[in-house]
Design a protein around this ligand. Structure first.
Ligand SMILES: CCOCCOc1ccc(-c2cn(C[C@@H]3NC[C@@H](O)[C@H]3O)nn2)cc1
Length: 447
């Protein structure tokens, strides 16, 4: 057994998102989002599930905060539902929406928990989607207006801000693959949206600086890692293309002020062009205070001509898989973090999401999720190795505090360290909750 020790200033937390946990979808003036539309469209979400009730955290947040307090976390990463603040995406503000988040944030602070607020975690007001959504550059302006409202309202309360969660999911997963809301399948549209998202991020950062908000701001791309099946250059190149789809495509414009040429040329071969307007890249290239990184899984892959977007195929290597069928690949966590640090330098990084789907159910009031504990041990060991190799890790947030609405998978996939009974909404702390609680208290664990 080894002791895996973390830096003394390491921050520990958990993460959730508004549409996945809040419920109260039609309460207190909240307007519809694209996920209300998508989840109520037959065939889009497994089991016909939707976020109308979810974990009912809109009404149960005080209980949730008591659970967080018991866990001993330093930070809690949550997202604000844009349609609660601007029911139509812009124009009139909904005071009850602001009131809810003030009460929530006040309760976090009262319990010694630092709020980290994600402004956009996928629940775009449907009214904006009706005008083209992120494909329409006017949505950039609406986002900056919403961000400014939140910055001004919560000045002095919220000190950590994330503009966008997983822009790859918002653009390519949702508008090229089509698996998430609004469900388009158009590579040019998805590429345009990815650019508009980055412009929106940059302009929100500019607004944050103009307002001289006391705090830090960043964004939270999702990442993956592919190791080549052989040392053939075509295998290496194929892996770099898929990694680049998540990493360089979104991080080069923010940190370097330009898109990665190898990706631009690959997209050009697919008949896709970037539509960059004057000033866009300068807006995107605003210095940020931290980078959020979400990591779940990685793969072994090799070149395969005319296959998918990047001409590769996964190779089944017999790795353990979680209950969402993702390989358990902690090596990729270390590699993607060191890749990012090598490319962008000493960027302060929060792991804003890492966790596993295991669908263990309560037995006599206990949930034995040893597989999740093992996943966390493996990935925190990889994280410790990344820290030792020089990656500037500031904190780690488990996805997720509680089981919740896992998008197109509905409630069939459980990522929480707290179990939620969706019939009674009863919360049950899993064995992984108690393991994580001890790890936080010690700032080390044995493995
Ligand atoms: C080739 C076809 O593929 C179809 C599905 O493809 C994906 C890819 C990635 C995901 C995915 C889900 N999560 C977890 C979430 N991160 C944010 C938070 O809200 C969590 O719920 N991360 N990535 C889902 C589906």
């Amino acid at each position: 057994m080894a002791i895996i020790q973390f830096p003394k200033d390491m921050k520990w937390g958990t993460a959730t998102a508004s549409y996945q946990i809040e419920g109260a979808a039609n309460e207190d003036g909240r307007g519809p989002s694209i996920w209300d539309t998508f989840s109520h469209t037959p065939g889009k979400v497994k089991g016909g599930d939707n976020g109308d009730i979810a974990c009912d955290s809109y009404h149960r947040y005080e209980e949730d905060i008591r659970i967080m307090k018991d866990l001993g976390i330093d930070y809690y990463r949550f997202s604000v539902a844009w349609p609660r603040i601007y029911p139509n995406g812009k124009g009139d503000i909904n005071p009850k929406g602001l009131e809810f988040y003030h009460d929530f944030v006040d309760k976090l602070i009262e319990n010694g928990i630092e709020p980290m607020c994600t402004l956009y975690h996928w629940d775009l007001p449907q009214a904006l989607q009706d005008q083209g959504g992120w494909a329409n550059r006017e949505t950039i302006d609406a986002f900056v207006q919403y961000a400014e409202t939140m910055f001004r309202e919560f000045k002095g309360k919220i000190k950590y801000w994330i503009t966008l969660n997983e822009p790859w999911c918002i653009s390519f997963l949702s508008n090229h693959i089509g698996a998430h809301a609004p469900g388009n399948q158009d590579l040019q549209l998805a590429t345009d949206i990815s650019h508009h998202l980055l412009v929106a991020h940059g302009r929100a950062v500019k607004k944050f600086r103009e307002l001289e908000i006391d705090g830090q701001i960043g964004f939270a791309p999702n990442t993956t890692w592919l190791d080549p099946f052989s040392d053939q250059q075509e295998d290496l190149d194929a892996c770099q293309r898929d990694i680049g789809h998540y990493v360089e495509w979104f991080m080069d414009p923010v940190f370097k002020g330009e898109y990665p040429q190898f990706m631009v040329e690959w997209f050009r071969k697919k008949g896709v062009e970037l539509h960059i307007q004057s000033g866009d890249l300068d807006d995107i290239n605003q210095p940020i205070d931290f980078l959020g990184i979400n990591y779940y899984t990685g793969h072994i892959a090799r070149y395969k001509e005319n296959t998918g977007l990047f001409d590769f195929e996964y190779i089944e290597m017999g790795y353990e898989r979680t209950d969402i069928d993702w390989p358990v690949y902690p090596e990729g966590f270390f590699k993607v973090l060191t890749h990012i640090t090598k490319r962008y330098g000493d960027v302060p990084i929060y792991i804003t999401e890492n966790g596993a789907c295991y669908n263990d159910e309560p037995v006599n009031g206990k949930v034995g999720d040893d597989r999740r504990i093992k996943y966390l041990q493996q990935h925190l060991t990889a994280l410790s190795q990344a820290i030792e190799s020089g990656v500037n890790i500031k904190g780690y947030f488990v996805w997720s505090l509680m089981d919740n609405f896992e998008w197109a998978e509905g409630y069939s996939k459980r990522f929480g360290i707290v179990h939620v009974d969706y019939n009674t909404l009863e919360r049950t702390k899993k064995d992984s909750f108690y393991w994580y609680k001890k790890t936080i208290a010690n700032n080390w664990f044995e493995y």
